[in-house]
Design a protein around this ligand. Structure first.
Ligand SMILES: [Zn+2]
Ligand SMILES: [Zn+2]
Length: 406
């Protein structure tokens, strides 16, 4: 579920309501294209009905993403989309419920009027919090749990003070049990960072960067470079494509993450083969070959995400690659490389043919990224499927299209 957010064009100030996942914005009035970015988190405020223009803003953390969990001998996965109160004031609602889905939010940034409180619940708490909504009781030992949170943001609930009473500003409902002392105990947020509007001209050659509205990486069709917004500017993302693609092929983006485990026990492809108990498919020269995972850089159903990652990561023959991003990309990049890195233990679990031996190894397992690049794989189209011929892997077209709505 996406939320509507009011956006004002940085060039002409014209308002537009867009869904919250929109990054690439075209102003219908002045025609300027900008890319929206935030230096830490996106912050949104719910609208209030009060006459004052300076309410008190209480933060709620919003987590939206996949949860993977290895428990007993099973792999569980699910989608979560929750909000949680990010301050310790128990009389305030624990979640925002359906409020954000029915209202138009606006960005809350530097210069916002009102008292804005600091959040004591942080992005890092997402994994354990999300787990509470997905764990089954007593099914077995939990060996691994990860949260692939492609969108974590702060949503602010406005409170108003009216005739010595606190009101919830969205509905103007009195908050009977909220007292001044609880509010006085909250610390105020430091200066908020500005919303960043980046120009969509290629930093390398000046051409117009291309992407879909939810793309987090834009491509230059002229110099075939790929760009990701980092801090207040564009950073070049290494991009490689398969050499022998047919003219009519479509490309899907994947992250190729060369990684090793933080304990130094899993450093090569051969190590992955061993810990996952694969049949001896690989020749001995793979022993020293670095371990490269290949995981989708686009959202799709979590079970398909894991299966595709496993199948491409375990491929026997590496792809022949050349540098640069192709022009005909079928799906935007909507997952970043750090999310891809988070998913690697779950990919190992999915690859395992001996879960009773692999799962205990996953406990506390972390991978350290040595190198990352976007890898574009060519697929031929049939009516219902996209087929990767080198790997003999088919993906339902619909699964990729539906991933755009996740
Ligand atoms: Zn404009
Ligand atoms: Zn360029």
């Amino acid at each position: 579920m996406f939320w509507d957010v009011r956006y004002e064009c940085p060039q002409c100030g014209a308002p537009q309501d867009l869904d919250e996942a929109t990054r690439l914005v075209l102003c219908h009035y002045c025609g300027v294209r900008s890319f929206l970015s935030a230096s830490d988190l996106f912050r949104f405020a719910l609208p209030h009905k009060g006459a004052v223009d300076a309410p008190y803003y209480v933060p709620y953390l919003r987590f939206k993403g996949f949860v993977f969990r290895c428990e007993g001998l099973s792999i569980h996965h699910g989608l979560v989309d929750i909000t949680r109160r990010a301050v310790d004031v128990p009389v305030l609602p624990v979640s925002l419920g359906y409020r954000p889905q029915t209202l138009v939010l606006r960005h809350l940034n530097v210069g916002a009027k009102g008292i804005i409180f600091d959040n004591t619940l942080h992005r890092e708490d997402a994994s354990s919090l999300a787990a509470r909504y997905t764990d089954n009781a007593d099914k077995g030992e939990v060996f691994h749990r990860s949260f692939i949170g492609e969108s974590t943001s702060l949503i602010y609930l406005p409170l108003l003070r009216h005739e010595s009473q606190w009101l919830e500003g969205v509905t103007m409902t009195p908050l009977e049990s909220l007292d001044d002392e609880s509010i006085a105990g909250l610390s105020q947020s430091g200066p908020l960072s500005p919303l960043i509007f980046l120009s969509t001209l290629c930093p390398c050659c000046g051409w117009n960067l291309q992407g879909e509205k939810t793309s987090i990486v834009l491509f230059c069709p002229n110099c075939q470079s790929a760009w990701e917004a980092v801090g207040g500017g564009w950073e070049k993302v290494p991009a490689v494509s398969v050499v022998h693609a047919a003219q009519e092929d479509l490309f899907l983006p994947f992250w190729r993450i060369t990684a090793e485990s933080s304990d130094g026990l899993i450093t090569s492809q051969a190590d992955l083969i061993r810990i996952t108990g694969q049949p001896a498919l690989y020749p001995a020269e793979r022993e020293g070959r670095p371990l490269s995972f290949i995981v989708p850089a686009f959202k799709m159903r979590p079970d398909l995400f894991l299966r595709l990652s496993r199948d491409f990561t375990l491929m026997k023959k590496p792809f022949d690659l050349c540098e640069g991003a192709p022009r005909n990309v079928f799906s935007p990049v909507t997952l970043n490389a750090s999310d891809a890195l988070e998913s690697l233990p779950a990919v190992c679990a999915t690859a395992s043919a001996v879960r009773h031996l692999t799962f205990p190894i996953l406990k506390g397992l972390r991978f350290i990224c040595k190198e990352q690049a976007l890898l574009f794989l060519p697929f031929s189209e049939t009516v219902n499927e996209l087929i990767q011929r080198d790997a003999s892997i088919a993906i339902l077209r619909q699964a990729v299209l539906m991933g755009k709505a996740l």
